[in-house]
Design a protein around this ligand. Structure first.
Ligand SMILES: CC(C)(COP(=O)(O)OP(=O)(O)OC[C@H]1O[C@@H](n2cnc3c(N)ncnc32)[C@H](O)[C@@H]1OP(=O)(O)O)[C@@H](O)C(=O)NCCC(=O)NCCS
Length: 203
């Protein structure tokens, strides 16, 4: 299933190999790559091409369901990040989510906006009941983002990941989001984002 999601400022669509340059620019920043487990540093154009290719191959597999989205900023027609929905288990109604945004675009509400689209897709279209995600314990931005969009803290997995970019071992905070909590959170979150976008526009 090919899925394209659209919000006020963003389009979320399947990655293309031609996205590699924007992808490498975002993931090439150590402040992004050190906060995810699998990205090396330095991160080259070839790394980006390989990673996108790997995602496309996985998305084609019949018995393996995964949705990888690049986040395109409409007014610049630029890929500024990505969200992947993985470990999709339709029987048990769960999936996991991982994401990043190019550092130049942080704190503008783009991840919140993208997550509104993907979470609605997960709960309304895929009909799942629970999403899971994690963040290194020292990753302020990611921990704040998960809580801001309604995830609940569910515990800490000690020494769970090694950042390929730095070689450092990290504890991981685990978060879960239930469909019923999302339904309650969504109206407030939309209002909050609308106010934020308005304020950013005045700056
Ligand atoms: C985490 C990340 C995706 C957030 O993206 P973003 O587009 O900047 O997030 P938003 O602007 O939508 O912010 C969401 C919330 O988190 C808060 N937040 C974001 N960065 C923050 C920071 N550095 N410190 C504290 N709070 C922060 C925002 O204030 C916002 O809350 P609010 O609406 O109540 O103000 C981005 O920082 C990133 O890509 N980091 C590196 C890679 C990474 O950590 N990926 C996740 C791995 S688990």
């Amino acid at each position: 299933m090919v899925v394209k999601l659209e919000t006020e400022r963003l389009i979320l669509r399947k990655p293309k190999l031609s996205d590699a340059e924007d992808w490498a620019e975002g993931m090439g920043d150590i402040d992004v790559s050190r906060r995810v487990s699998g990205a090396p540093h330095p991160y080259t154009l070839t790394d980006a091409k390989k990673q996108i290719d790997k995602k496309l191959i996985k998305m084609k597999k019949k018995d393996f369901e995964k949705f990888s989205f690049v986040i395109v900023l409409k007014n610049e027609n630029k890929v500024i990040g990505s969200i992947t929905l993985g470990n999709i288990d339709r029987k048990n109604g769960i999936c996991s989510s991982g994401s990043w945004i190019n550092k130049r675009y942080w704190k503008k509400g783009y991840m919140t906006e993208a997550k509104i689209a993907t979470n609605n897709f997960v709960f309304n279209e895929l009909g799942l009941r629970r999403m899971e995600t994690g963040a290194f314990t020292d990753n302020k931005a990611s921990n704040a983002t998960q809580l801001a969009v309604g995830y609940k803290y569910e515990g800490c997995r000690r020494k769970r990941h090694m950042s390929k970019a730095t070689g450092k071992i990290h504890d991981e905070n685990m978060y879960g989001l239930l469909k019923e909590d999302w339904k309650k959170k969504l109206p407030k979150l939309k209002k909050h984002l609308k106010t934020k976008i308005k304020k950013l526009g005045k700056k």
